[in-house]
Ligand binder design. Sequence first.
Ligand SMILES: Nc1ncnc2c1ncn2[C@@H]1O[C@H](COP(=O)(O)OP(=O)(O)O)[C@@H](O)[C@H]1O
Ligand SMILES: [Mg+2]
Length: 925
Amino acid sequence: MLMGRVRERARIEQLLAGARLGTSGVLVLAGEPGIGKTALLQYAVQRADGMAVLQARGVEPEAEVPFGGLLALLRPALGELGEIPAPQAGALRTALALEAGEERDRFAIGAATLSLLAAYAERQPVLVTIDDAHWLDEPSLAAVTFAARRLLADSAAVLIATRSGAGEASLPTLTLDGLDRETSAAVLEHRAGRPLESGTANRIFELTLGNPLALVELAGATGDVVADPPLPVETSVERAFGRRIELLPEPARRALALAAAEGAGDLGVLQRAAAEVGVDLAALDAAEQAGLVMVSLSALAFSHPLARSAAYRSASPADRRTAHRALAAAPGDPDRRAWHLAAAAIGPDAEAADALDAAGRRARVRSAYAAASASFERAARLTDAGPDRARRLFAAAEAAWLAGQGERVGRLLDEAISSGAQDALRLDIEHLRGHAALRSGHVMQAHDILSQAAAVDPARAVVMLAEAADACVYAARPEPMLRAARGAWDALQPDADERQRFFASLALGTALIYNGSGEEGAALVREAVEILERSDALSGDPRLLSSAALGPLWLRERAEGRALVARAIASARGEGALGALPFSLWLAARDAATGDRWAVAEALYEEAIRLARETGQGTSLSAGLAGVACVHARQGRVEDCRVHAAEALALTERLGLGFFRLWALDALAELELGLGNVEEAVARLEEKEQLLAERGIEDPDVSPVPELVEALLRLHRAPAARQRLAQFAGRAEAKGQPWALARLARCSGMLGGSPGFERALGLHALTPDRFEEARTRLCHGEWLRRARRRVEARVELRRALEMFDDLGAAPWADRARLELLATGETARRRDPSTLDQLTPRELQVALVLAEGQTTREAAAKLFLSPKTVDYHLRKVYRKLGISSRAALADVLAGPPEKDQEPIPMRRPSTEPTVARSNPPGGRAG
Ligand SMILES: Nc1ncnc2c1ncn2[C@@H]1O[C@H](COP(=O)(O)OP(=O)(O)O)[C@@H](O)[C@H]1O
Ligand SMILES: [Mg+2]
């Protein structure tokens, strides 16, 4: 009988009521053993009348069984598999070992779990309970957490019980404390069946702090406390159970130890194992009478997990091994058998190691990477030092990497080396080490590791050096990039396959562009794209597609770049390859930001950031944060900009991602400039200037000089402005591209008058960047006003104002409005554009639906449930005052974009366009 817990019951009732009304809710109940988590889950199940209940429970000995938890949970819902997107259903079937299939991105299973829960909840409201989540196998827990984070408008309530400190996975959490004094006394009296003296009840309460299990287990019926007060409940209660076990007859103790080693409570398995070692399960009667286990027709359950661990620990090590050996010998599931063999082993053991190795391989094919990694690691520990052990450690590291457990990778790889990895394996090890460093954001470390490893084996050097070159992009180091890329190119053998050719061409092409040889680079990038298009094996890989897109986008060949990015996104979404999405989304976002679709950019950045966090990708996370900060700066969203830029700066500093550091500094400088905080803007711009000088990046497109000139002039520091402009002019003229030349001309205008501005406007017309044009018009207007040419000033200022308003560049529009006012003209503030009223999530949903997708298709693409998509759509309709998808498409199409035409390259471009001009590196806007 559940006593007290008024607050917790209320939360649970609320959750259930919400699910019945079609609002999902998730709650984690965290607390120490015995605090009453399971009791609350049971309470929820009792209160869930009219709801379907899906349940799973973690048990310690089963923690490595891949997707054991998820299978138990979803079994009743598997009838809905036909209702969810086919690729997701396939991924789930393979994961649950219902059919054979291929390895997938680990998040594909999470997406499928979400879809299946949502489909099941369409029939009737669902309560999901997961008990002892800290022992649920990792892949299952990850899938459930993924789904729980995304439930919003479905009839589902999710309750997860876990030990505190077990990583509550950023879900809403309620931490359970002990029962209060009165409730504790009530519990004691209920157990004793009679009133207790208040002194006794008080003493027990103080010793147990109201932990209900401790209350019950530590106080005998008489109220004598047999506790070890200073110990944590976990220990004291387990000891109390231990003392009870010691009083049992020997056969009961042996049977209990066997049951504890088995853990899942499967009586069939237990019987077979018991026969093997001559244990009599009937002896469990005594344990049942002692309140340690409950035996039903098919299952045995310990009264509490601490009773199980006490039973396990009170057996001698030899008895435990005997139990595990018997369990391994009994016919049953091969994965469980492998773990029992391991537990039975003393020292290296080839049979156990082989069994675990095989279990690891099975887990991997089911995309249960965490389970695979644990199996391989354990297999390695049971293997003598030497090449086999090294190979198993490497397999453990690789699976850990795919499981998103980046922190384990380095240690496992080090161990693989020290246990005797030989040539080819050593290279695999260094390649993985470098690759992991690249994705998690330690980019120059990645470069060093990969280039060193490449020196060892020419046959594999191509891909490694291409990745090393890639690392340099994000570190903002053009010079080593070119060196690595040339290395990749030179390492190409005559018989190189298309994958190697693709990597070599792309790396050298982009490195040449980054280092100023645009034309030569462009040809190579195009070649890479062609190789990709020709190859069936390559052209469906979202990762390769998005790297390939970077090239054309650098070249401002937007149409082609966009098509590749769109394909990369579509293929990643289709396969549920979430890990590949942040990078592609980021590219698409940058493309939108450098045009005039700022709201779209924000929506894409938001998704990129969320997924990069979830998948632990530091490089893409920095990119997304710095990128979205640039958009916010221009929109004058001060808080949003500062928060995102600060996080980006901290990350880029820690990881050495100079490239995105430049972006974050840009964002902050532009924010201050827009707000009129000129001194602060100068400080940021000089910081950026210094970073560029340090790195030897001379590309005028990345230069902050045009902003600095504007700011310095406002501070009446004309000589400093002139001095900087002279150097910038040389570089911009040498490059000969309109974007930088326009900015140069604007500066000349600020120093010398109208001809400069006129020239700038002519050049702006050759680029898609309306924000830059508007800024030139604003400066020109300001200059004209000061020259007392009011009528002309008004023309320019009105035009600037209109452009800033169109873009949603609020602080800049305000500046233009003030200038206009100074000429004697009052301009009204324009209402924010319709799209600005949508949250990034709503806009993202709207964008996908406007492509003509059904709700279900959109849900599959966005990893949301169909009901959640509808929920967002209703809000979008309400905010935009429309009621159909056709109208939605019209609103989103907006006025035709001005930058669809590819920009012809006038001269070899001395990029990195990436960091300053148009996509993907151009300034947001
Ligand atoms: N609020 C409560 N009132 C009465 N008994 C409780 C209460 N909470 C827990 N118990 C009892 O205490 C014991 C331990 O609770 P349990 O839910 O198993 O803890 P946990 O799952 O946190 O380890 C169980 O016997 C349970 O019935
Ligand atoms: Mg429990």
